[in-house]
Structures are given as C-alpha cells and as structure tokens.
Design a binder for this molecule. Structure first.
Ligand SMILES: *[C@@H]1O[C@H](CO)[C@@H](O)[C@H](O)[C@H]1NC(C)=O
Length: 184
C-alpha cells in the first residue's frame, strides 16, 4: 500500500499534464487563405531594392552564378503595375546555390503593410529553380493572422525588361493557418 500511493500520485500528475495538450490540438481552429499579388524585383536604376552582398570565385565563371548572395526588400502590390495598391514587402536573403543550373535558395519574410493583414508575416524557405516556367516555394511559418502557417506558393515571371532591371513576378499563395485571435 505504501508503494501504491506514490505511483497513483504520479499517474494523476501525468494525466493533468496530458489533457490540456490533447484539447488544444483541435483542427477546428485551422483555415485556408488564398492570396494573389505581384512582386517587384528592382536590380538597377535610381532605387534598386535588390543588392548583391557577396560572391565567390565560381560566381563569374559558372552560368549558374553559384555563390552569389543578395539581400532584398521588394515592393509587393495587388496588381502588376508598380503604382497599384501596396500589399507589403518581401524581405530577406537569396543565394544562388546550384552548381549546374540557376536555382535560388530563398530565405524570405513577406510582411503585410496594408489592408486586413497589416503587421502579419509569412516565412518562405525553399528552392526556386529560375529556369522553370512555374516555380513552387514552401511557406514554412507565419505570424499574426497567419500564426502556425504552412503552405505553398506558385510563382511565374509576369514581366522582365530586356536588361532585367525591373522584373515583376506573379505570386499565388495557399496557406493553412490558425484563425486569428487578437490575444497573444
Ligand atoms: C579566388 O581567386 C583569387 C584570385 O585569382 C585567388 O587568389 C584565390 O586563391 C581564389 N580563392 C579560392 C578559394 O579559390
């Protein structure tokens, strides 16, 4: 009997820890949101938003530009025109990380600066093979309205001028995330 009491107490402690966790795993708090917008990639002119910060000896030698690293803070708009409504900014680091073809490793945060998602973010981490007509990128996390987000992006080149100074990329995003709650 003296031995039983401690084990009973242990079981009671364990169950009180386990219960709240299983309750909080309710799938009813999840929601799917689809977003559509355009990204402005400006590498030259008066106000470039993409800046090269590093490269290696292979960058100039290989067609894939392996080893080049850029930091960007690109405008995101609702339409393809740069004067259309601002949605947010796509900020982060992009590297050319493939020896054989032009493919990016992307480490980006999309911060919404206007509209119903203002202040919320989505985190993008993945490979972007620039040679493909349609590129797929993973959404790995989010904050605010997009807390606990996972999802994917399909992106295509909408426009690129001959000198590639200003390119416009179309983004179609599908995210699965928790329903927004204003309490932290
Ligand atoms: C890169 O190129 C420079 C100039 O040719 C050379 O001195 C250096 O050793 C090279 N670095 C590597 C890691 O190959």
């Amino acid at each position: 009997m003296a031995k039983l009491i401690p084990s009973l107490m242990l079981i009671m402690c364990l169950s009180s820890v386990v219960l709240p966790q299983s309750e909080s795993q309710s799938s009813e708090t999840k929601k799917v949101t689809r977003l559509h917008f355009y990204l402005h990639d400006v590498i030259g002119g008066d106000k470039p938003t993409v800046w090269g910060v590093a490269e290696c000896n292979l960058t100039e030698v290989l067609a894939s530009e392996f080893g080049k690293l850029v930091v960007l803070d690109n405008l995101v708009t609702s339409g393809p025109d740069v004067e259309s409504d601002e949605v947010g900014r796509l900020q982060g680091t992009v590297g050319l990380a493939d020896l054989r073809e032009k493919a990016l490793v992307m480490l980006l945060n999309l911060v919404f600066t206007k509209g119903e998602y203002e202040g919320s973010t989505l985190s993008i981490l993945g490979r972007n093979p620039l040679g493909a007509a349609i590129r797929e990128l993973p959404v790995v996390a989010g904050t605010g309205a997009f807390r606990m987000a996972t999802g994917y992006i399909l992106t295509t080149t909408y426009f690129s001028d001959p000198a590639r100074v200003h390119s416009v990329y179309e983004y179609n995003v599908v995210v699965y995330h928790n329903i927004f709650s204003s309490s932290l």
